[in-house]
Design a protein around this ligand. Sequence first.
Ligand code: FES
Length: 117
Amino acid sequence: MTDAVWTDIGAFDAIPRRGARVVCTPQGCVAVFRTADDQAFALEDRCPHRGGPLSQGIVHGTSVTCPLHNWVMSLKTGEAQGADEGRAQTFPLRVAEGRVLIDLSALADRQVLGKAS
Ligand code: FES
């Protein structure tokens, strides 16, 4: 298992409430979400259904609705909700001194994560 690779991806305040920012690496793209009550979560920016860009979805509570076919994913677990089955990969995230840090070591362990469109 790869050691944690905490990467500063920017200011927390730069992410709009109920919105997302995307961080892309050679291994793929990660969507960093901010909820209405200022929690933050990082998921791969790829819906487990057909690869839709979750970063362009609608954030409600601690979930996001995919913009393509309306699957709902938990931001905490990446799991599809309801009758749908699938999971977007999640990444450890912390906010320190107003900066968002995500652990990208899981990306380093993957060959291809997919690209946001
Ligand atoms: S690609 Fe996300 S619901 Fe179909």
